[in-house]
Structures are given as structure tokens and as C-alpha cells.
Design a protein around this ligand. Structure first.
Ligand SMILES: NC(=O)C1=CN([C@@H]2O[C@H](COP(=O)(O)OP(=O)(O)OC[C@H]3O[C@@H](n4cnc5c(N)ncnc54)[C@H](O)[C@@H]3O)[C@@H](O)[C@H]2O)C=CC1
Ligand SMILES: O=C(O)C1=N[C@H](C(=O)O)C[C@H](O)C1
Length: 238
């Protein structure tokens, strides 16, 4: 598989290491210094593009992949208010697009555990729920994309909560997501239910970026030749 890496920072380099070890070929390593490689005549040499850049640049890069007719796997977080628009453009143009707030197998299983716990806790109004995410200090967005996914899964079943907010909740209807930035934390997410009687917490702790990178490579293999909108649930059969 020929891969165009869009974004050659911490994640781009971690993905290159895993993709190369699995026998794939990275043909472009695109960052701020060689943006001409995003033009269709260059991008279209790849079987798939993997996009890990910044919240401000992700959507433009996705559109460049659509223009080049290259399926794209997107890990960048902090831009998902524009997801409906991107999905519509993908379907209208018959392109290939897969996006995930977190590519690791562990977190995708954690998402399922979170959903099950949220469903079990929903009738028990004596428990309040809050969240904490911890990442390295270079992270541009807060709360993390993973924390937002976890929060949306809770909101879908917990009728006591109407929206998530950054930091502490100001009223009982809000689900507070606290963010801490501590180096070199790759990504830690905790969901805690608290009552006067007891607490229940679930935590996922990434030890390094290998899980994110391996999941992104698996998603890229899955996306070669594909049209349409996909998620990690399709890749992992969850
Ligand atoms: N979905 C997931 O599993 C994961 C998602 N992420 C997300 O991935 C993104 C990138 O994370 P890191 O690699 O840690 O960041 P980083 O800051 O180490 O790397 C970002 C790279 O993007 C490049 N870049 C900036 N603008 C660009 C543009 N217009 N076109 C091409 N390249 C451009 C920069 O030069 C840099 O090489 C973040 O949004 C982060 O939250 C990070 C880890 C896992
Ligand atoms: O920026 C990061 O590093 C990470 N970002 C993703 C997120 O926002 O959830 C995934 C992972 O936690 C690492």
C-alpha cells in the first residue's frame, strides 16, 4: 500500500514507523514545508492518505484528498463541528472518508464499556457523572476528541444531562469535562459516577502513541479502494 502522510509530526512519524514495519510504502511526508504535495497530481500517486495535522487545517486537507480521489483516514481532532459538511461532500462526490477521535483498539473497547456503563447508570439519578482527560502540553484542542466522543455516548442515554461543558459543570444538567495538560502524557481518559454512598470510575491510559498509529494503519488498509463514510467500528467489527 502506498501512503501519503499528511502531517509529519508526532503521529505522522509514529504511523510511518508502524506502516514501514508492516511492509507499506510511505510516498509522501507532507508538512508545512512541502504543501505542494497536496496537489492532485502528487496526492493521486497514493492508495490512501492519512491526515494528522491541526484543527485549523484538517478540513482543507480532506477536501484536497477528495479532489485527488484518494481515500482519506483522518485522526485530527478539534474540527468535528464541520463533520456533517465533510460527510455530505464525501457522499456527493463518491469519495472515501474514515474519521476517528481515537484509533486505538483499547479506546474503541473503552467506548463500548462507557456506553454499557452509561446505560446501566441512567436510571440511578443519585449518581452524578463527570469526566477528566489528561494530555501533553502541545495539544491544541480541549477537551480531547476522545473525551467528546465519550461524553456524547453518555448524553445519548442519560436524561439528567443535556450537554457537555469544558471544566466543571455549572448546573446538574451539564456534564463537565476537565482537561489537564501534563507532559509527556499521551492520553488518559476517566469517566466517574459519584454518589453519597460510593464512586465508580473507568479509566483508559495510553502508555505511548503506538496504539493510535497501529489503528490508523489498519484503517488505511481497510480504506484502500473504498468509497463512502466509515468509522473505526467498521474496521474493528464492533
Ligand atoms: N485520532 C487519534 O487516534 C489521534 C489523534 N491525534 C490528533 O492528531 C493531530 C496531530 O497530532 P500530533 O501528530 O501529535 O501533532 P503534531 O503537532 O506533532 O504534528 C502536526 C503536524 O501537522 C503539520 N501540519 C500543520 N499544518 C499542516 C497543513 N496545512 N498540511 C499538512 N501538514 C500540516 C505540522 O507541520 C506537523 O508536522 C491532533 O489533532 C491530535 O489531537 C493525535 C493522536 C491520536
Ligand atoms: O492530541 C493527542 O495527542 C491525542 N488526541 C486525540 C484526542 O483528542 O482524543 C487522541 C489521543 O487521546 C491523543
Amino acid at each position: 500500500m502506498k501512503i501519503a502522510l499528511i502531517g509529519y509530526g508526532k503521529m505522522g512519524k509514529a504511523i510511518e514507523a508502524i506502516a514501514t514495519a508492516k511492509g507499506h510504502e510511505v510516498i509522501h511526508r507532507i508538512d508545512m514545508n512541502n504543501l505542494h504535495l497536496l496537489e492532485p497530481n502528487e496526492l493521486s500517486k497514493a492508495d490512501v492518505a492519512i491526515e494528522f495535522t491541526t484543527p485549523a487545517t484538517a478540513v482543507d486537507n480532506i477536501m484536497k484528498c477528495f479532489a485527488a480521489n484518494v481515500p482519506v483516514v483522518v485522526g485530527t481532532t478539534g474540527w468535528l463541528d464541520r463533520l456533517p459538511e465533510v460527510e455530505e461532500r464525501c457522499k456527493a462526490g463518491n469519495h472515501g472518508f474514515l474519521c476517528a477521535s481515537n484509533f486505538s483498539i483499547g479506546v474503541n473497547i473503552f467506548f463500548e464499556v462507557n456506553k454499557r456503563l452509561a446505560a446501566l447508570m441512567a436510571p440511578h439519578k443519585e449518581y452524578d457523572v463527570q469526566m477528566l482527560e489528561i494530555h501533553h502540553t502541545q495539544k491544541k484542542d480541549a477537551p480531547s476528541g476522545t473525551a467528546i466522543t465519550l461524553a456524547e455516548e453518555i448524553l445519548a442515554v442519560n436524561s439528567s444531562k443535556t450537554k457537555w461543558v469544558e471544566g466543571s459543570a455549572h448546573n446538574p444538567g451539564e456534564l463537565g469535562i476537565a482537561s489537564e495538560r501534563i507532559d509527556p502524557t499521551p492520553g488518559t481518559h476517566t469517566v466517574t459516577y459519584t454518589s453519597d454512598i460510593d464512586d465508580i470510575s473507568i479509566t483508559h491510559t495510553a502508555h505511548n502513541r503506538q496504539g493510535f498509529a497501529a489503528g490508523a494503519v489498519a484503517a488505511a488498509v481497510y480504506m484502500v479502494g473504498k468509497k463512502g463514510v466509515y468509522t473505526m467500528k467498521d474496521v474493528l467489527n464492533l
